[in-house]
Design a protein around this ligand. Structure first.
Ligand code: ADP
Ligand code: MG
Length: 239
């Protein structure tokens, strides 16, 4: 018991330290981004230096995303739950990434169950999870394919499925996808899935990944329907 407390305290300290370092690195990066934008504005768009400045900005964006991933991963999540239809967060996440699908040759198949009972969840955190899963799916289909997103109820759970017809994950890698910093991408952080799993488990839910190399990957996210919501929605309370 005491050991566990010490461990929790140790992790909290690491989290605070990381948050501090992330903050110290972010500030100068944001300043660099601001200056770069000003230089960019002063150049004619066709200037070769404008092209380079845009690359600089893209790289800064990437570093900022990585820093935020690292911070999110080490900081304990405090959920801000509200009772809402889960389809809302699915629709918003899809909307945010929709413009990437067409150019990548990806067809979206959206099957949302309109009869789902509303459940308490943290909109921004679940959105973060869905964006992670959808981005992974897009990255797994460089030659295009199908992105299937479904919601449905399964007993006491609301289920969200994010499925792709991409390259899939070999069994020896599948074991590691939730390990922090495990990535097979040249520009990955390997933090998307561990952060996502943490957020889902903090909701009392589960995140599973099934995959067949060469065929595709299916991510199954389950969130619990609290007893009161099941009663209210007139659903069976057992199970
Ligand atoms: P990152 O995307 O930064 O690599 P993630 O934690 O999101 O980190 O994913 C870890 C690894 O899991 C990826 O590098 C990839 O090898 C594998 N992976 C995750 N999702 C998929 C998917 N939909 N299709 C194929 N591989 C995937
Ligand atoms: Mg990822």
């Amino acid at each position: 018991m005491e050991e566990r407390l010490l461990e929790t305290e140790r992790l909290a300290n690491i989290g605070r330290g990381v948050a501090h370092v992330v903050h110290e690195i972010k500030n100068p990066l944001i300043a660099i981004a601001g200056l770069t934008k000003r230089v960019l504005k002063s150049l004619p768009p066709e200037d070769p230096n404008a092209f380079k400045m845009r690359l600089v900005l893209q790289e800064i964006e990437r570093l900022l995303t990585m820093l935020e991933d690292i911070r999110d991963f080490t900081k304990p999540t405090r959920l801000n739950k509200r009772k809402e239809d889960i389809n809302l967060v699915v629709e918003e996440s899809v909307l945010l990434l929709q413009s990437e699908l067409g150019p990548a040759g990806i067809n979206l198949v959206l099957e949302l169950d309109q009869e789902l009972p509303p459940i308490p969840y943290d909109f921004d955190r679940i959105k973060q999870v869905l964006i992670n899963l959808i981005e992974n799916a897009i990255e797994a289909m460089p030659e295009g394919g199908k992105l299937i997103i479904k919601t449905y109820r399964d007993g006491a759970w609301v289920v969200i499925v994010v499925e792709d017809t991409g390259k899939g994950i070999p069994p020896e890698e599948l074991e590691k996808v939730f390990d922090p910093f495990f990535t097979t991408k040249a520009r990955g952080t390997g933090l998307g899935l561990p952060i996502s799993k943490r957020i889902v488990e903090d909701h009392g839910g589960t995140l599973e990944i099934h995959s067949r190399p060469g065929q595709g990957t299916r991510c199954i996210l389950r969130l619990p329907i609290p007893l009161e919501e099941r009663k209210e929605a007139g659903l069976a309370v057992a199970g």
